[in-house]
Ligand binder design. Structure first.
Ligand SMILES: Nc1ncnc2c1ncn2[C@@H]1O[C@H](COP(=O)(O)OP(=O)(O)OP(=O)(O)O)[C@@H](O)[C@H]1O
Ligand SMILES: Cc1ncc(CO)c(N)n1
Ligand SMILES: [Mg+2]
Length: 477
């Protein structure tokens, strides 16, 4: 019996510490009734005879429900009872030898912790890979942790199915949104649960949604602009126009229009946290854009939640002053931003006045833009896109990342309606990161989008008006 990719969707791995006097085959049957699609029998401290008896019991349950049974480590036992396959670690019996013993018809899975190991396993004829540990796990204390990015890289480069393993539970399973895995292998959250069938069924539902979802998801955490040209409203419009599913956590409200900001109403830190819980425990965002966050407590609650949910692709727009000149952040909050949010950023997107505040340097030309971008990037250990919208002659933006820099040239458009340009650019970058583009391509595409939105020459309001975020839809008429 050879492996179907679908068999890996919810891969239950047993552990006798959860037996509590019951038979392993009973636990396995509950897991299968809940939706587990493949079983791995894993025993570390049992005599051969006892393990064989347990394996035969579990095998009859698996056969009854047409679920493949994989034996951990023990190639001989797999052959002896004619199980469907074996899973071997990096230290276990060599893959080539296992293949020789078992032949082509048995499934052989291999554990890999990095791309090199994955490549070798592929070359030696593995049928699937178990890649981890993704999260901290109680099952194996020596497990190395690997990042979501490494996991995704392995999935994309290796053309055999990949399951993620290590500490996966009902909440963090959503973090695989946008990662090209074929399934998850789980021990404790299935077999350590009081209701194995129910736990399996909930996990199955979640992993099915995560894997079948092809729509990139993106979150903005920012302030509301009642006039709709900047803040949350610009972000949502931008994300929609760049074809991602957009969600919002409102961190502040402004009474604002194209002529200025009349009032600010702060949203409490705990309510911001609640909004983030609601989003991250249901539709996990593949990228997050952060805009106006005016209060220290709010920033602390955002950074805490981003860490808790291992958010990735974080674009931080350090909003300080509106296009109209109004101040949007307290001085105390700037320090909190630097200390707590900047270190989490994939990229920071200051404009020239903001970069001056963050670097303490004056910026009058492109050379000084580079000096300031370098200072900020090296200081806060993140990439920096220093926007040139405030330069007199051109609209060239500078991306500085890990010692390298790249200019994104823009033609200055003779349009005074630039309300919300910063919000729009950072949201467009987040959208393309959610779509799986690397930072350089995301910036390039975002720059093209905003140039088009400015060139559409919308003219609304009595001050510096908003852009036409929906210009890309015109083609559809
Ligand atoms: N007149 C213009 N023509 C072309 N591109 C522009 C123009 N003004 C701004 N941009 C571009 O818009 C993007 C946003 O840059 P900008 O420096 O205006 O951000 P910002 O000051 O943070 O905006 P906001 O006022 O919304 O906070 C950059 O890519 C910049 O080059
Ligand atoms: C709510 C809000 N966020 C950001 C900006 C920056 O343009 C603004 N004007 N308003
Ligand atoms: Mg701005």
């Amino acid at each position: 019996m050879k492996l179907n990719k679908e068999d890996l969707l919810l891969y239950g791995v047993t552990d006798s510490k959860y037996l509590k006097g019951r038979k392993m085959s009973e636990l396995v049957e509950e897991a299968i009734l809940g939706g587990v699609t493949m079983i791995q029998l894993r025993e570390k401290e049992m005599t051969h005879e006892a393990f064989k008896q347990e394996a035969l019991d579990v095998q009859s349950v698996c056969q009854k429900h047409h679920v493949p049974l994989i034996i951990n480590d023990d190639v001989e036992l797999c052959k002896e009872i004619d199980a469907d396959g074996v899973h071997i670690g990096q230290d276990d019996l060599n893959l080539k030898e296992a293949r020789k013993i078992l032949g082509e018809d048995k499934i052989i899975g291999v554990s890999a912790h990095n791309y090199e190991e994955a490549k070798i396993a592929l070359e030696n004829g593995a049928d699937y890979l178990g890649v981890g540990a993704i999260f901290a796990t109680q099952t194996k204390d020596d497990a190395q942790n690997i990042s979501m990015d490494t996991l995704n890289e392995i999935c994309q480069k290796v053309d055999i199915p990949v399951v993620a393993i290590g500490g996966i539970n009902q909440v963090n399973i959503l973090e695989f949104m946008g990662v090209a895995i074929d399934g998850v292998a789980i021990v404790s959250s299935i077999f350590g649960s009081d209701d194995i069938q129910k736990a399996s069924s909930l996990l199955k539902d979640k992993i099915q949604r995560v894997i079948s979802n092809k729509m990139p998801t993106c979150l903005t955490i920012a302030g509301s602009d009642s006039s709709g040209g900047a803040g949350i409203q610009a972000d949502l419009k931008t994300m929609l126009a760049n074809r991602v599913y957009a969600m919002s956590v409102i961190a502040a409200l402004t009474a604002q229009n194209t002529t200025g900001v009349d009032a600010i109403y702060d949203v409490g830190a705990s309510f911001v946290a609640s909004q983030m819980d609601s989003v991250f425990t249901d539709i996990y965002p593949m990228a997050v854009k952060i805009g106006m966050v005016s209060q220290k407590e709010v920033i602390l609650s955002i950074s805490g939640k981003l860490k808790q949910y291992h958010a990735r692709n974080i674009v931080v727009d350090p909003v300080m002053v509106a296009t109209s000149g109004a101040k949007l952040i307290s001085d105390e909050a700037i320090d909190t931003l630097k200390e707590n949010l900047f270190p989490l950023a994939t990229v920071l997107t200051p404009n020239i006045p903001e970069a001056e505040v963050l670097s303490g340097l004056k910026i009058n030309n492109e050379e000084e833009m580079l000096t300031a971008a370098k200072y900020i990037g090296d200081h806060y250990h993140c990439a920096v896109l220093l926007k040139g919208g405030h330069q007199i002659n051109d609209a060239n933006d500078l991306l500085y990342k890990e010692g390298n820099y790249q200019w994104f040239k823009g033609k200055r458009i003779n349009n005074n309606n630039t309300h919300g340009t910063g919000c729009t650019l950072s949201s467009a970058i987040a959208s393309y990161l959610a779509r799986g583009e690397n930072l350089e391509n995301a910036v390039k595409k975002a720059k093209d989008y905003i140039s088009g939105a400015l060139a559409a020459m919308l003219d609304l309001g009595q001050g510096q008006g908003p852009m036409d975020h929906g210009y890309v839809l015109d083609k559809k008429d």
